[in-house]
Design a protein around this ligand. Structure first.
Ligand code: NI
Length: 394
């Protein structure tokens, strides 16, 4: 079966590169993937897969029923949105939408999802169960997965696979991780409320700017002294706003930040822990505060058995040297985790680095580029892992 899948993938390669370049030149922002989803639905239909558009706003679902007797459903999720970045690659197929770019490789993900669908539709007679393809919108704003789930995309799914391109490992290789792959990403808003006054008479005012600076310093110090260093927490204040004039003491400062963590248990304790520190500082100096902690996406926790299926599929297909077990998770976020609340699954990293380039630009960079040979690596790995999932026994 593996040889058969590889042969089909090699035959499809020119078409897949064409698809990837088409999607790359026509990027669309999160929640506006109208052309992309119509294109995806068209390709799915052309290989006999029933496609449903408008799932999760601008998402698409395709279902392929294998001819075997396995009643399970395997989900394969790829995301489709681009970023508000002006592309500077000067590739022949670079973005035709000014200020929008597929700088996170979701064009490759969508292509790999379509390529996998094309291959599995050609081996449908030998496919033991049902595969549901989830083409997700709005990953970059961490909302698309929730939209898809709300519209029933995960109903009856038994397991789910996903991928993300990774420029720091070369094309032809696959990165895997058991357990945590990405971090939980929560949002934080703190408002410090003091009392305005003359800049020359601080003792008659409550200086919200100075107290805000104490809050930030205390939070950063408290992370290093009160959080388990083996359970990482990153708190970054990315926006601060307050005050009116150089000689007026500010009565209000707003701080906006992101909070990243890997351990679900640590994560549940963070809102109270942060509030205690903010409250202590504010009370010491007579200020009031408001705190809004918004839970974002959870951490991606890859399932052991499903990661094993991916690992053995990738090793059989490409040899052990091409498969890396990633030593560290990332503190980036990925809303694939939202699906994992409904079924176990695993997301792998697809190497897209050019072996002969000194610099492979990182994700979200205006010069980000991928070695397109990785597309075949991705589709063969996913298609074969899907086949193996069903062969693995119920
Ligand atoms: Ni991404």
């Amino acid at each position: 079966m593996l040889t058969h899948i590889k042969d089909i993938a090699i035959q499809l390669a020119p078409r897949l590169i064409e698809i990837r370049r088409h999607i790359h030149s026509h990027p669309e922002l999160s929640g506006q993937e109208y052309q992309t989803s119509a294109f995806v639905a068209g390709v799915l239909s052309s290989c006999g897969i029933h496609a449903e558009e408008g799932v999760g706003k601008t998402g698409v679902i395709g279902e392929l029923q294998g001819k075997g007797e396995d009643t399970r459903i395997l989900g394969i999720r790829t995301d489709m949105d681009a970023l508000p970045i002006a592309e500077r690659t000067e590739l022949g197929f670079s973005s035709r939408q000014s200020g929008i770019m597929h700088a996170c490789g979701h064009d490759v993900h969508t292509t790999v999802g379509l390529g996998t669908a094309m291959i599995l539709s050609q081996i449908v007679e030998e496919l033991p169960g049902k595969v549901r393809f989830l083409f997700q919108p709005a990953e970059e704003i961490a909302q698309g997965a929730s939209w898809m789930v709300k519209d029933g995309a995960m109903d009856k799914i038994d397991a789910i696979l996903g991928l993300h391109v990774f420029p720091s490992i070369p094309a032809g290789s696959i990165g895997l991780r058991y357990g945590a792959l990405t971090a939980a990403a929560d949002e934080l808003e703190i408002i410090i409320i003091g009392e305005s006054g003359h800049g020359a008479r601080p003792h008659e005012a409550i200086d919200a700017i100075w107290i805000a600076s104490q809050v930030i310093t205390n939070l950063q110090q408290a992370i290093s002294r009160t959080q388990n260093p083996l359970r990482p927490v990153v708190l970054s204040i990315g926006k601060i706003e307050g005050g009116r004039a150089p000689n007026v003491i500010a009565d209000r400062v707003q701080l906006l930040g992101t909070v990243r963590s890997l351990h679900p248990e640590t994560r549940t304790q963070l809102p109270n822990w942060i509030e205690q520190i903010v409250a202590n500082v504010c009370h010491s100096y007579g200020a009031k505060y408001e705190l809004n902690y918004r839970q974002g996406v959870p951490s991606v926790q890859n399932d052991y058995a499903i990661t094993q299926i991916l690992q053995s599929a990738a090793e059989e297909a490409w040899g052990g040297d091409a498969v890396q077990i990633l030593p560290e998770p990332s503190l980036g976020a990925e809303d694939f985790s939202v699906y994992l609340d409904h079924a176990p699954g695993s997301m792998f990293r697809l190497g897209v680095g050019f072996k002969d380039r000194m610099i492979n630009y990182p994700l979200h960079h205006p010069l980000f580029d991928v070695d397109e040979s990785a597309i075949v690596t991705g589709v063969v790995t996913l298609a074969y892992a899907a086949y193996k999932y069903f062969s693995h026994g119920a």
